[in-house]
Write a protein of this length. Sequence first.
Length: 162
Amino acid sequence: MPIQIGDRLPDVTLMTMTVEGPKPLTTAELFNGKTVALIAVPGAFTPTCSARHLPGFKERAGELKGHGVDRIACVSVNDVFVMGAWAENQGLTDEIILLADGSGEFTRAIGLEMDASKFGMGVRSRRYSMLVRDGLVEKLNIEEPGQFTVSSAEHLLEQLAA
């Protein structure tokens, strides 16, 4: 069963690329005591993810922070080196932290995995956005496969402004 509003995120270790190289980062370190806009994409460098989803959050980072968001994070079932290369490709500095869920442990733990084998991608994450306060899911926007509407930065901003 997929994660629901009010649920606590599982304790999992993800990876992020730093100037010193790959670094483990636990969900507790990432979410405890913070308000985080978390997005997930099916894959780094994929068309919608690279052209619309991640760039939308990069462009609207200031507005999200103006609504109390401490950090924006993007997770994908990719390895940390791919996520590091994608951060460079997207011109990210500190607006968004990219998180590698290389084995899909986090994605499976929250019940949002999908089988993208017919596209040659194996098991990946569904596209979503969520607002997480101190480790608890407060807003959750899960896309239907092939769609990009409710997980956008604009949609999350509308929810925060309401």
